[in-house]
Design a protein around this ligand. Sequence first.
Ligand SMILES: C[S@@+](CC[C@H](N)C(=O)[O-])C[C@H]1O[C@@H](n2cnc3c(N)ncnc32)[C@H](O)[C@@H]1O
Length: 239
Amino acid sequence: MVESYSKNANHNMRRPVVKEEIVEMMRTRQAQNTGFLKELEEFARKENIPIIPHETTAYFRLLMQMLQPASILEIGTAIGYSALLMAENSPTSTITTIDRNEEMIGFAKDNFTKYDTRHQITLLEGEAMEILPTLPDDSYDFVFMDSAKSKYIVFLPEVLKKVKVGGLIILDDIFQGGDVARDILEVRRGQRTIYRGLQRLFDATLDNPDLTASLVSMSDGLLMLRKNVETVHLSTEEI
Ligand SMILES: C[S@@+](CC[C@H](N)C(=O)[O-])C[C@H]1O[C@@H](n2cnc3c(N)ncnc32)[C@H](O)[C@@H]1O
């Protein structure tokens, strides 16, 4: 039994932002995982561990095969599922992945020992905001941000320093089950910090000429950002 995630975890994964039958189709008709990725996906589902859902898996498979990014940074490892998925589909990439949850780190280490056969993945243990400044600038082609959503806007200025011009950043779960499109007063009080953080993220990125941004309505929403210039000017004011 995994302690970190309760039965009620992943609340927004059960509030799809596209029609439920389309979600079902995306999850059942797109090529299923095989081998250890299937095993890890099933384990995460059974234990309520919030890994990327199947539609994002299919999308990442395609992206990785097409882009073959030399250097990948991930914030939010959990059991190592998305890191191993990226490694499988981009065999020459090096992947640095960060997590602070000791229980998840334990699972991820075991899984990397067993399945990262090409030794592509480095796991950095600790708080992302402390680790990010220690990483080299201008060195990543692809960043996957899949950690606490309210912190995306806090991490982003540091992440942007680490990405090469032309590099791609994907931020997961940015629609809050549709709450982000509502007035804050319609959002449950316990969700408002996340809401505010995500609104600041949208204000700072969606219309920023230093970035090319695209919102993708997949799973609970992806925000995709291309870094267009060396120094990105980001307004990160609190509202
Ligand atoms: C959604 S899970 C990651 C799932 C994984 N990317 C996958 O799809 O297989 C989020 C993870 O981010 C980690 N996390 C959240 N905030 C963090 C922070 N500030 N620093 C480091 N890790 C963090 C949590 O411990 C958790 O394991």
